[in-house]
Structure formats: structure tokens, C-alpha cells
Ligand binder design. Structure first.
Ligand code: DOR
Ligand code: ZN
Ligand code: ZN
Length: 434
């Protein structure tokens, strides 16, 4: 019997080295791996000679902006950007308008995403004054923003942090947090003040406060976008705890603030870009020290006028769905990141943290969420993004990897610059397996 699809004679990564194989896909799953000439017949075959067949990336940190900020992004454009960027699963952050604090809003977001998506979309929830426990079965984690709480009048003091850690523990959900101990009334009046308020010290202190709370309630803590060497060091000291995981973004690992004049907001994000020392240490933390478990894009789109205004007035956040794979694979192709670390941080690590064990690995029986990549030199151009956000601090950067084909649940979604299906046809809401 013919299988649904054969990816023929591509390069797969086995034990950190490249091996030519064909991958057969059937009923949405990876059916098996075959030597040249031994493949089963496929209803469809894609010639992958010279191309890499990799697990689709799992980006556990994106802001897709639906429901009420669709001028910045929506589930359609955001997941098109993901598919074109080789990302087959994204997890949407709860700091939307309205924020995800109730079952009602979560349901609206799930309905909107299901109708418009091109890849799998999962969800996080925030913690309101009272936590709406009915959200638990359909979320992949809890997310908190100590420097900018989703509920007015809430202050992330020790008591509140303990309550969040306790809730995460009770519901066996990872507690993701944006490490920043700044408070809402610290309003910067100058650019320098902005960097002082959101300093490395503030990041480290915030991490320490969550670690202290975790001593009492052993919850799974996930540190979002580690940006400082000192934070990575503190994570390393707690490395033995499998309940502590950490993320880095491509921009904090590859760009330092010194290279940007910061007159406008094109390179403004929270946490801010740091020193060249921090950038270097983050890359080491990922590769040599294993202090980092995942790469997340922190795709945070804004409309261009919010980014081109003066630095202080500009919105924080940059698009990342279409740059993550090219940037990180360029590090692999140039020998600075190993294949193993790439696969660990971009695919299997996020699947493990999120508790979606059928994803993130290219192996028999796993979900057929796959990206086929060409090693090719090109230059990043925001104008070509499917995302509504076209301004990137990586504009013009030379990269060496281009997603060619993106497959979600065994269906070809994107191929050679074209979308092969309409919105809402492929992609599911991944549910946590406890
Ligand atoms: O730069 C950022 N933008 N950092 C955040 O934590 C939030 C994000 C956003 O939602 O725009
Ligand atoms: Zn954040
Ligand atoms: Zn974010």
C-alpha cells in the first residue's frame, strides 16, 4: 500500500552527522526511514536531494495579537509567517487584548486560531486576581509578567510570586515568567533610564525571587528570554533541578545593543539587547554549558509607526518567526552550534517543556511536522515577511539556510514560496499529555 508522502533522498541528522535517507509519511505520522531505492511507493513524492529534512521547529514564545490587536498581527498572518519560517508549532502568549485570564477569552482565541491557522497553535494563560481553573485542560503553561502584570492592581511581591508557583505546582503546568523586577511606576524619562530600569541586575533579582519561591513549592519554572551572562550563570548553578528550564532568543544571542544607535524603536525590545559579553556568554550557555533548553523567537509584532517613532515612545518587541530558523541554522552551518544543540533547543526541548511528546523529534511514530531546508546564502529582508511586522534589526543580514517545504501533520502547507492549503485546514491545538 502506498504511503501518503515520501521525502526522497534528503539529508537527515543522525548522531550529530548528516546521512542521506528518505522519510515516509502516512496518516499524519512519520512512517519510517529508508535507504535510496528501498522506499515504499508514495501517493506523492518530493525530491529532497541536497536538502535537509528536519523536525519542524517548535516556537514556544510568540505573540500573535489576535483578538483585538489584529492591526499588528492575526492568527492567519502569524501562522503563515511561522510556516514560511519552518516553524510547525507556536505557542501564543496571553498578554493579548483581551488578555487570556478566563475560559471565555481562551475559547475565543482557540476558535479564531482554528479558523485561520496554517500551523499548530497552543496557548498559555495568565493568572488573574483569581485563577480560572477551567482553562487548565487546554493550556500548555502559565505566563506571568512581573514588570507589567496582566491584571491592574496586582503587584509581583514575594506573596504573589509564591501564589503563582503554588498554582503551577497544583495544576502541573510550567510557570513561564518574564524575568524583570522593574515595577509599573518606574517610567523612564531618558533612554539611559530605560536601560537602567530593565538592567541585568533587575533580570537576575527577578529570577532569584522565583527560585526562592520554588523552594517551598516545587513547580516547573521556565525562564523566558535570558538576556544576561549573570542570569545564565545563576541558571547554571541550579542546573541539577530538572524543574528549571530556560530560553534564549536569537536576537539576544546574536545582537548586542552597542551596534544600534537606538534613536528609533527598531531594535527596542524587553529585555533590551545587552553587551557583546552577554551575547557571547549566552551562546556559550547554549552550546557548552547546557544552561539553555530552548530557543524562542519572542515574535512580538507591532505596526511600523510604533517602531519608527523615538526610542522612548516606541513599542517593545520585534518579529522573529521568519528569522529564527535561518539565523540559528547559519550558526550550525558555520560550526558555532552543533546539530544536537540545534535539535535540542529548537525542536525536542520545547516539546519536552510543553509536554507534547509526539512532537519535536524526527523518528518513526512521531507527528509528521517537518521542515525541508536548503543550504543557501541569502539576506534577510523584512519587506518579504508574511508577518504584518516588517521591521527587523536583522535587516540585510547574511544567512545560510532557507525553509523550502513545511509539512504540518503530514500535509504540505508551504512549498517553494507558495501556500498549498488555505487557512484553518491544517494545524491543531496541541494538548498536554500529563
Ligand atoms: O519586547 C517585548 N514585547 N517584550 C515583552 O515581554 C512583551 C512583548 C510584546 O508583547 O510586545
Ligand atoms: Zn517577555
Ligand atoms: Zn514575549
Amino acid at each position: 500500500m502506498a504511503v501518503d508522502l515520501v521525502l526522497k533522498d534528503g539529508i537527515v541528522i543522525v548522531n550529530d552527522s548528516e546521512k542521506v535517507q528518505s522519510v515516509a509519511i502516512d496518516s499524519g505520522k512519520i512512517e519510517g526511514f529508508y535507504k535510496h531505492g528501498e522506499e515504499p511507493e508514495g501517493k506523492r513524492t518530493i525530491d529532497c536531494r541536497g536538502l535537509y529534512i528536519l523536525p519542524g521547529l517548535i516556537d514556544m514564545h510568540v505573540h500573535l495579537r489576535d483578538l483585538n490587536q489584529s492591526e499588528k498581527e492575526d492568527y492567519e498572518t502569524g501562522t503563515m509567517a511561522a510556516a514560511a519560517g519552518g516553524i510547525t508549532t507556536v505557542v501564543d502568549m496571553p498578554n493579548s487584548s483581551p488578555p487570556v485570564l478566563t475560559r471565555e477569552v481562551l475559547d475565543q482565541k482557540i476558535a479564531s486560531a482554528s479558523a485561520k491557522c496554517y500551523v499548530n497553535v497552543g496557548f498559555y494563560a495568565g493568572i488573574g486576581k483569581r485563577f480560572d481553573t477551567s482553562m487548565v485542560p487546554d493550556i500548555l503553561g502559565l505566563k506571568v509578567y512581573p514588570h507589567s502584570p496582566l491584571t491592574e492592581g496586582v503587584n509581583y511581591d514575594i506573596k504573589r510570586i509564591k501564589k503563582c508557583v503554588q498554582l503551577a505546582n497544583k495544576h502541573d503546568l510550567p510557570l513561564l515568567f518574564h524575568p524583570d523586577s522593574a515595577t509599573m511606576d518606574e517610567k523612564p524619562e531618558t533612554r539611559e533610564e530605560f536601560f537602567l530600569i530593565h538592567s541585568c541586575e533587575s533580570e537576575v533579582n527577578s529570577l532569584q525571587a522565583f527560585l526562592d519561591a520554588k523552594v517551598e513549592y516545587e513547580a516547573r519554572l521556565h525562564v523566558c528570554h535570558v538576556s544576561c551572562a549573570a542570569t545564565a550563570r545563576l541558571i547554571l548553578e541550579h542546573r541539577a533541578e530538572h524543574t528549571l528550564t530556560a530560553e534564549v532568543t536569537p536576537h539576544h544571542m546574536l545582537l548586542s545593543g552597542e551596534n544600534f544607535p537606538h534613536t528609533d524603536g527598531v531594535a527596542k525590545m524587553l529585555p533590551p539587547l545587552r553587551s557583546p559579553y552577554d551575547t557571547q556568554m549566552l551562546a556559550q550557555a547554549l552550546c557548552k554549558k547546557c544552561a539553555i533548553d530552548c530557543v524562542g523567537s519572542d515574535h512580538a509584532p507591532h505596526i511600523s509607526s510604533e517602531k519608527t517613532t523615538s526610542f522612548l515612545e516606541a513599542a517593545s518587541g520585534i518579529p522573529g518567526l521568519e528569522t529564527t530558523l535561518p539565523l540559528v541554522l547559519t550558526e550550525v552551518f558555520e560550526g558555532r552550534i552543533s546539530w544536537i544543540d540545534f535539535l535540542r533547543c529548537c525542536c525536542s526541548g520545547p516539546a519536552m517543556i510543553l509536554g507534547i511528546p509526539s512532537k519535536g523529534i524526527l523518528a518513526e511514530g512521531y507527528d509528521a511536522d517537518i521542515v525541508v531546508v536548503r543550504k543557501q546564502e541569502w539576506h534577510i529582508s523584512g519587506a518579504d515577511f508574511y508577518s504584518k511586522a516588517k521591521l527587523t534589526p536583522f535587516e540585510g543580514r547574511r544567512v545560510l539556510a532557507k525553509p523550502v517545504t513545511t509539512i504540518v501533520g503530514g500535509e504540505v502547507v508551504y512549498h517553494e514560496g507558495r501556500f498549498m492549503v488555505g487557512p484553518g485546514i491544517v494545524g491543531r491545538v496541541p494538548i498536554r499529555k500529563v
